[in-house]
Design a protein around this ligand. Structure first.
Ligand code: GLU
Length: 483
């Protein structure tokens, strides 16, 4: 067994960021390229002040939704605290760490106007013993350089003198990210560390820790290969903001993105498959993905493009696939998963599954996300049309000519052959008699029957709705005018 061993190691401190989802995906690609590749999920939950269990659930369920299956885990970093403490003790015994009792204010006061970031090394030679307020710092070499061989960026050199003596464990004994993460990566025999660019400055520190652990344990665990993925930016080319930009993977699921579309779009953030075609099957993405081909320039997270991508994916579904995909939005009572905070306009009793199956192809052609479906088809299932007041006022209430057209349609439809083609022809004729083109003649009928001016194709809709219900709606619209 010597395939790649990769891990996705999120800290559960918020929604599952799209950037994290991309990191998970690129790790998963590497594992799935080899028959014996291993993909591990390690929840880095040691920051108890910021972690919440619901965020863990968000990550686990979003990964399942995206089809990023695990070979091991999910593990909890907190479960490895004995190994972390043991690593700390060995480094301390080996002379790599020292105790420090400086507060942040002490360090700032000493620095005065000198704005050099990081710790100034004040306690390094003080020989302090463990005390109530002593943290443990790593004594970074003061000469030489640490070179991070990054598969995406090439060799990135850090002068050791600019790497400050970072804290490895707090005075409480809690072991911090840099060492906990390295200890776990060693124990899990991780071969590739693939993560966001914001972690690049951590890499030299972690390499120093790794080598120090090799020395103190006498076990020469090979360093992993590093790959730091490019930053995701918004339309203004600014780093995606957690507050201002829509970055929560969970919310895309709720909005009705298809996992295949989402995965395909994420894959394009910093990378692209060969050829001109961007919409490619998952297996092709797996086969073609190379870390060496990932770009290091920022990648634009383009929600508009992703939406149209999703629409394209929706149109490529078979009818059965579409019906299955849209089920949580139209009959959530029958599905295991339901989108958060979305109410269906109809009741279980009002919903007519057979009718929806006939109507579905009309909307499959038109939506970009599945959550657009309910409002488009609500008029089929509700007892009365869900009127948009502004559309109704403009097209019917304040338009006597259109009211006359509705009256004529009621008469004509009573005996018209009931299919889309003849309904179409009769509305053309009704319009002509009143000097209205088809688009204008359709508008009041659409508004009366469906409640608004946008929706699926009108004549098919009338056919599916049926003569009786159509006539009732047309009459109701006229009654509404005189009420
Ligand atoms: N827990 C870190 C994070 O969520 C992991 C970084 C890494 O992959 O090393 O950012």
């Amino acid at each position: 067994m010597n395939g790649p061993r990769v891990r996705f190691a999120p800290s559960p401190t918020g929604y599952f960021h799209v950037g994290s989802a991309r990191s998970a995906l690129f790790n998963w690609f590497i594992a799935r390229q080899s028959p014996d590749g291993v993909f591990i999920l390690r929840i880095e939950d040691t920051d108890t002040d910021r972690n919440r269990e619901e965020w863990v659930d968000g990550i686990v369920s979003a990964m399942a939704w995206l089809g990023l299956d695990l070979d091991a885990g999910p593990f909890r970093q907190s479960a490895n605290h004995v190994a972390h403490t043991d690593a700390t003790q060995r480094l301390l015994d080996g002379g790599y760490l020292y105790f420090c009792d400086c507060t942040g204010d002490d360090v700032a006061a000493r620095k005065g106007d000198n704005k050099t970031p990081g710790y100034d090394g004040f306690c390094r030679d003080r020989g302090l013993a463990r005390g109530e307020r002593t943290a443990l710092r790593f004594a970074t070499p003061r000469t030489g350089a640490t070179v991070v061989p990054d598969l995406i960026r090439g060799d990135v050199e850090f002068q050791n003198i600019v790497i400050d003596d970072f804290v490895v464990a707090k005075s409480s004994g809690a072991v911090l990210y840099a060492l906990a993460n390295v200890t776990d990566d060693r124990n899990d025999a991780i071969t590739h560390v693939i993560r966001g660019e914001e972690h690049l400055p951590n890499a030299p520190k972690q390499m120093l820790l790794w080598s120090a652990l090799n020395a103190v344990t006498g076990v020469d665990v090979p360093l992993p290969a590093y790959a730091h993925l490019p930053l995701l930016v918004n339309e203004q080319r600014k780093k995606l903001s957690k507050r201002k930009d829509p970055v929560a993977t969970e919310s895309y699921r709720d909005e009705g993105y298809l996992p295949e579309a989402f995965v395909n779009y994420l894959a394009l953030l910093g990378w692209s498959p060969r050829g001109d075609e961007e919409i490619v099957p998952r297996q092709t993405l797996i086969n073609e993905f190379r870390l060496e081909d990932v770009s290091h320039s920022p990648a634009f997270f383009d929600v508009k493009k992703m939406r149209s991508f999703n629409g394209e994916y929706i149109r490529r579904l078979s009818l059965d696939e579409f019906l299955a995909a849209v089920a949580p939005w139209v009959r959530p009572w029958a599905t295991n998963w339901q989108p958060t905070d979305r109410t269906v306009p109809w009741t279980k009793e009002q919903f007519d599954e057979a009718l929806f199956t006939r109507v579905a192809p009309l909307v499959q052609e038109r939506v970009a996300v599945l959550s657009e479906v309910p409002s488009m088809v609500a008029f089929f299932f509700l007892d009365t049309a869900p009127y948009d007041d502004a559309d109704f006022a403009k097209t019917i209430a304040n338009d006597p000519l259109n009211q006359a057209l509705l009256a004529a349609a009621i008469e004509r439809f009573a005996s018209e052959e009931w299919n889309a083609t003849s309904l179409h022809a009769s509305v053309v004729e009704l319009g002509e008699a009143m000097g209205l083109n088809l688009r204008k003649a359709q508008a009041p009928i659409r508004c009366a029957v469906t409640g608004s001016l946008v929706g699926p194709p009108l004549f098919e809709s009338l056919e599916f709705l049926g003569r009786e219900r159509t006539l009732t709606r047309l009459r109701e619209a006229l009654e509404r005018c005189s009420a």
